[in-house]
Ligand binder design. Structure first.
Ligand code: UT7
Length: 323
């Protein structure tokens, strides 16, 4: 018998304010046509003034708990993947813990930027497999609108706010790839590339700072590394791209999503795509896509999913799981 971390529930939250591409035409030299054709993005959601990452994370967590038929007291660990915490510390996860009324267990954040959810899932899986938690809430939550330089048209049109959450639970498996739950993971980072995507604030400046990106360079790395990490994760599970029901990619750019699917020789009708509606929500994009994919009736129990993501660091990785 093998322990598997299986998905018991999923949920998401998007702030009310929807910002179509056309809104940017009034503040910078851009067009709906450019944004759509270069990124696939049509709109994104922005958090309201005073609405924090922890608020979004809590709403997603409540939705995931309801989907799982569980209450906060059933949860042993909360992991929040975010690069936009309300405060430098304490963690967003402890804020969610308090908001849910959970007074036991433990909560902490994981910071691996756009790859954050893949890192958080892998961490939660390790905690469940080692007996440190029976049930874990894994949340990706971001308010990237607060990191934007509104004069930089190369970045400010690309990002959005939102949150998604999964409830994982320890279950018995047979130890084969037919098991439900997390089957394998592949994590990577290479700090030599830290300067092509970063935020120019923090303790060094005493400010929050703004996102700075060499888009073309990040694009090049994404195309090269995402299919590779997905292949590695599949290999570790003894699977091939033919076995995949759904690629659930980080939603940064439709051209990256299509390029990765092509390299994996998986057709686009087996890829969950939400980038047009959410923009790039960093660590929130994969759990948002999982939640929306399930709500659309695309992702069904027993489906084999591959998630893959890359972002600042550079940090990238992939998780293979059976829904
Ligand atoms: O999630 C974290 C990982 N991040 C990513 O995965 C993002 C990766 N990068 C990308 O998605 C793409 O590189 C972008 C969408 C950021 C840019 O697409 P691109 O095809 O690489 O365009 P580019 O940066 O080469 O820019 C082409 C042109 C430039 O003009 P010139 O120099 O050719 O005259 C830009 O100044 O488009 C211009 N441009 C814009 N024009 C209208 C850049 N941003 C805009 C804009 N509106 N918003």
């Amino acid at each position: 018998m093998t322990i598997r971390a299986t998905v018991k529930g999923v949920g998401h939250y998007l702030p009310d304010r929807v910002v179509p591409n056309a809104e940017f035409e009034a503040i910078i030299e851009t067009s709906d046509e450019w944004i759509r054709s270069r990124s696939g993005i049509e709109q994104r959601h922005f958090a309201a003034e005073g609405q924090m990452t922890s608020d979004l994370a809590t709403r997603a967590a409540v939705a995931a708990l309801a989907d799982a038929g569980l209450v906060a007291g059933d949860i042993d660990a909360i992991i929040v993947a975010t690069s936009t915490p309300d405060l430098t510390f304490p963690s967003v996860a402890t804020m969610v813990q308090a908001a849910l009324g959970m007074t036991r267990g433990y909560a902490f954040d994981v910071q691996a930027v756009c790859a954050g959810f893949v890192y958080a899932l892998t961490t939660a899986n390790a905690l469940i497999l080692s007996g440190q938690a029976n049930r874990a809430l894994v949340i990706g939550a971001e308010t990237f609108s607060r990191l934007m330089n509104w004069k930089d048209r190369g970045t400010c049109v690309l990002f959005g706010d939102g949150a998604g959450a999964l409830v994982l639970e320890a279950s018995d498996g047979a130890g084969t790839a037919a098991d439900r739950g997390i089957l394998s993971a592949d994590l990577n980072s290479d700090g030599r590339f830290r300067d092509i995507l970063y935020v120019n604030g923090g303790t060094s400046t005493g400010t929050t700072g703004h996102l700075v990106m060499e888009g073309k360079e990040v694009f090049r790395h994404a195309i090269e590394k995402l299919a590779e990490t997905a292949h590695h994760a599949l290999e570790k599970a003894g699977l091939t791209p033919d076995d995949v029901d759904w690629i659930v990619p980080h939603q940064a750019n439709i051209r990256i999503i299509e390029g990765t699917a092509k390299r994996m020789q998986v057709s686009m009708d087996r890829v969950i795509v939400t980038v047009q509606d959410h923009g790039n929500t960093s660590a929130a994009s994969i759990p948002l896509a999982l939640s929306v994919g399930k709500a659309r009736g695309q992702i069904k129990p027993g489906d084999l999913l591959v998630t893959e993501a890359i972002g600042g660091g550079l940090a990238w990785g992939s998780v293979v799981l059976r829904w």
